[in-house]
Design a binder for this molecule. Structure first.
Ligand SMILES: [Zn+2]
Length: 174
């Protein structure tokens, strides 16, 4: 069991990962894996666009690193902290890696597989059921994403405006 101070600390580390994505114009999603002793053994941030790889979600990269660290595909008694609700692929990876628990921040109404679209963690027939703690620092996690998309839209608008201006000035020269 983590204390609220510890949970805050680990979520901050997941947010730090998300910031790395944001700094590279990638949707800011970050994840970390913590072992039973409280050591961070895996980190990851969304790199889908950067790598042009559909599976390069934050959770997958953090899980891969943790497996490498432990030299095992089983992450027994380990916990995952992620800023956004895991998608179906990541929920599948979490189940396959036998993670003990998942803490996440914001819900993902379009792709979330922990209750928003489906709840894979609640499917009884699966052989493993991680504990799920939803909405940890939800406001911070949500606003990080909202701000990112707002900035993207503003940038696109500015680009369009500039293109229009350039067109107008070049037609004046004509
Ligand atoms: Zn995912």
């Amino acid at each position: 069991m983590f204390s609220s101070e510890e949970k805050k600390h680990y979520m901050e580390l997941a947010f730090a990962e998300a910031k790395k994505a944001e700094a590279q114009d990638e949707v800011p999603i970050g994840a970390i894996v913590v072992d039973p002793k409280g050591q961070v053994i895996g980190r990851g941030y969304n790199r889908r666009e950067l790598d042009n790889v559909a599976t390069h979600h934050a959770e997958i990269l953090a899980i891969n690193e943790a497996c490498k660290t432990l030299n095992s595909w089983r992450l027994i008694d380990c916990s995952l902290f992620v800023t956004l609700e895991p998608c179906a692929m990541c929920a599948g990876a979490i189940i396959n890696a036998r993670l003990k628990e998942v803490f996440y921040g914001a819900p993902d109404h379009k792709a979330g597989a922990s209750g928003s679209v489906v709840d894979l963690f609640a499917v009884e027939k699966f052989n493993h059921h991680p504990q799920v703690i939803r909405g940890l620092y939800r406001d911070k996690a949500s606003s990080m994403l909202t701000n990112f998309f707002r900035t993207i839209r503003a940038k696109q608008k500015e680009k369009k405006l500039k293109a229009k201006e350039n067109k107008a000035s070049s037609s004046q020269i004509d």
